[in-house]
Design a protein around this ligand. Structure first.
Ligand SMILES: [Zn+2]
Length: 363
């Protein structure tokens, strides 16, 4: 992406809250005016073709389904990457499409982050007020803002699966409607569905999150989920839906290679292993389940060190999450790498910086 302060194309860090920072000078990337260059238009068009082709090919092939599925997944990932490049250069249609990719879970990341980013990107479009830049007309702009506003409202009307109930409650439809009315007029309200903020319980959402963290392309480094003690015990002792040998969720997930699970209660932090007794925590008002993955080469070894040496940070973050109404956080390698000021600075230290940032941003 183009960094105005370096005046060069730079690698960027993508943070958990949807902000972008230059990897060299560490300044936030200024998105500037919505505009289109021929190159961005080319990226966007190619991404559209690839995505449609991927959908068509995955439904067509009968003979070698598995291979066709893998190929389609890789093609979708390429489509999303091209679309993202155009979007982050200010191409407004690409930005709208990118929000849609996050909304539908096509971007290959966990459902909680995907949902947050979809909301962020829709908001970025409907709240845009810098005027049309090169290659974009005012009419196109106001039409895009209307579409983004309607999609955002519809998204909150029917929050997708995999979002914990407490997380979904932070997104209030009526508040969004009021906010949008200050920026866009003549918005058609989406029909009210029965799914209005009714979510699958936190237990199912936790399974979705852990499954996504372990399976998908860009894997998170760590995350935490707040649950009531009751919910945690229910989750831990239930038979894991993906395990043929009938183990419990706690036994199944804690034995997955590359995943470490810990529980923070009001008193202590525990590593979750095979013989963990979840029912001991039933009476706790709120516990935090932390997960650490170890699959990304860029940050190999980090999760282990975080779980071992820097656990105090997670306690702080978990207390913060509980105080703000039981939040869920998922962090990717970029979150930690951005807060590492020199290559020699330890991951643990970078995590301390990250936690400080989160607590300041959402105080
Ligand atoms: Zn820079």
């Amino acid at each position: 992406m183009y960094c105005k302060s370096c005046q060069k194309e730079r690698e960027v860090f993508e943070l958990y809250d949807g902000k972008y920072f230059c990897a060299r000078c560490r300044k936030e990337i200024d998105f500037g005016k919505f505009s289109k260059t021929a190159a961005d238009d080319g990226d966007f068009t190619l991404s559209e073709i690839l995505f449609h082709e991927a959908i068509a090919s995955s439904s067509r092939s009968v003979r070698d389904r598995e291979r066709a599925r893998k190929r389609a997944t890789a093609q979708k990932a390429k489509a999303v990457a091209l679309c993202k490049r155009a979007a982050l250069n200010g191409h407004p249609q690409a930005l709208l499409r990118l929000a849609y990719y996050y909304e539908t879970g096509s971007a290959g990341i966990d459902p909680v982050t995907s949902f947050k980013l979809a909301c962020n990107f829709y908001r970025r479009i409907w709240s845009y007020d810098k005027g049309a830049g090169a290659g974009v007309t005012e009419e196109q702009l106001s039409e895009l803002k209307r579409i983004a506003a309607e999609r955002h409202l519809a998204l909150l009307r029917n929050i997708p699966a995999g979002i914990p109930a407490h997380e979904a409650r932070r997104y209030v439809y009526a508040d969004l409607k009021k906010e949008i009315a200050r920026h866009v007029t003549a918005v058609n309200e989406p029909p009210k569905t029965s799914a209005d903020i009714a979510r699958a319980g936190n237990v199912e959402a936790l399974n979705d999150l852990l499954k996504a963290a372990m399976r998908q392309g860009e894997s998170p480094l760590f995350g935490l989920v707040c649950l009531t003690g009751e919910e945690f015990a229910e989750w831990a002792d239930a038979p894991a839906p993906y395990d043929k040998s009938g183990r419990s969720d706690a036994a199944y997930f804690s034995n997955l290679k590359g995943l470490t699970l810990c529980l923070i209660s009001s008193e202590e932090a525990y590593r979750i292993t095979d013989n963990f007794i979840a029912s001991d925590f039933k009476k706790e008002a709120c516990v935090t389940l932390c997960f650490f993955t170890n699959r990304n080469r860029k940050t190999a070894g980090c999760a282990k060190r975080l779980a071992k040496n820097d656990f105090e940070q997670f306690k702080r973050l978990s207390e913060h999450a509980v105080r703000l109404g039981m939040l869920t956080y998922v962090f990717y390698p970029d979150d930690v790498l951005y807060f590492r000021n020199t290559p020699l600075e330890s991951v643990g230290h970078a995590t301390i910086n990250l936690v400080d940032y989160v607590m300041n941003e959402e105080a």
